[in-house]
Design a binder for this molecule. Structure first.
Ligand code: SAH
Length: 342
């Protein structure tokens, strides 16, 4: 099935062709309405009424909210969206006192099959289009603004592997940067470690942040937990990370979901420190969010602190991330999984 072209899939040139016969400034007005205001075509009162009605039909929304769940005293909002073809994706908004961060999906499902990840357990559906990615940001910004927060940061840590959908992801990054107006320093791409994607990012013309989901720093164990490691083993990954750091001078971070007895021993901390130190990488420790398809627990809080302290004593900058939204299944892919099973 070919999908209808959604609202944010249109480029400026395509809109100009769609509006053939209208004054040229209409494209700018529409572009502004879409990206600066993030409002509905029906609200664009600077346009004639008939044109507004036509645009409502020609620029359909890509996302239909199936559920909107709120947790952490209203600080975390998670949407489960249905796409035009019925596929489902998730977006999470994390609110702070005066700003907010949105976590967006780049694919419906994921083919990377990391054992502990709910999205990986369910498999791959399809890549998202540029419009499906950008609209997540616009909807989140609207929700943040309604409670007085400025959407300040975008992280590609929702469903999917951004570098397995590189071109559309990058086009959406450009759109979020150029047209929605979020600075490169406030944009973070998170990858399981797709080396060609990291190399492309190193050569790209916007210095966005890179997070690599490491979780293990020896090939024997990482091959099992993060299967793509067999294709892009740790030495190749480190070389690509080095290129990124040299080219962009941005800080690299490693994500490490702490899993009890799987990657939280002293040995694991030492392996991680040895891997991260030469790259000057920052480590984000995230206690595992339990998922139905993986019968291992997260590291208990006391051990999380010990692990972080050990890393610091080995010269590594480490931050313990608070898990957000555990009660609304906000771990990657969980909301959709819960929806599918009833
Ligand atoms: N594919 C990309 C981005 C999506 S996953 C990547 O791998 O980076 C976003 C982050 O959530 C990754 O660091 C991933 O490892 C982590 N994650 C997935 N499932 C998790 C779980 N159950 N608990 C904690 N973190 C999880």
């Amino acid at each position: 099935m070919s999908l209808p072209r959604a609202r944010y899939d249109w480029t400026r040139d395509e809109l100009a062709r769609l509006l053939d016969g209208e004054p040229r400034y209409r494209v700018d007005q529409i572009w502004q309405g879409l990206h600066e205001h993030g409002s509905e075509p029906g609200e664009w009162t600077n346009l004639p009424k008939a044109l507004r009605a036509r645009l409502e039909a020609d620029l359909p929304r890509a996302l239909r909210a199936v559920t909107e769940s709120v947790s952490d005293d209203g600080q975390t909002v998670k949407w489960l969206w249905a796409l035009a073809d019925g596929r489902m994706i998730e977006t999470v908004l994390m609110r702070y006192p005066d700003r907010a961060t949105v976590c967006v999906s780049s694919q419906a499902g994921c083919a990377m099959a990391c054992g502990f990840c709910a999205t990986g357990q369910a498999g791959f559906d399809r890549n998202l289009s540029v419009g499906e990615i950008v609209e997540q940001v616009v909807m989140a910004r609207r929700s943040a603004a309604a409670s007085g927060q400025r959407l300040s940061n975008i992280v590609f840590m929702g469903m999917g592997e951004p570098f397995a959908n590189y071109d559309r992801t990058w086009e959406s990054v450009r759109r979020i940067h150029d047209d929605i107006g979020i600075g490169a320093r406030h944009l973070t791409l998170s990858t399981v470690g797709i080396v060609p994607g990291i190399r492309r990012l190193a050569a790209a013309d916007l210095p966005v942040n890179l997070a690599v989901s490491l979780h293990l720093a020896n090939d024997a164990e990482r091959d099992v937990l993060v299967p793509i490691n067999r294709r892009y083993p740790l030495d190749l990954l480190a070389e690509a990370c080095r290129d990124y750091v040299d080219a962009t001078h941005r800080r690299l971070s490693f994500e490490w979901a702490l899993i009890h007895d799987v990657n939280d021993t002293d040995r694991h901390a030492r392996e991680l420190a040895d891997y991260a130190r030469p790259l000057g990488a920052h480590v984000n420790l995230i206690p595992l969010n339990p998922t139905p398809g993986y019968q291992v627990r997260g590291t208990p809080p006391r051990r999380v602190r010990e692990f972080a302290d050990l890393l610091r004593s080995l010269g590594i900058n480490a931050t313990v991330r608070r898990t957000r939204g555990t009660d609304i299944d906000a771990a990657c892919g969980q909301l959709r999984a819960a929806h599918a099973t009833g």
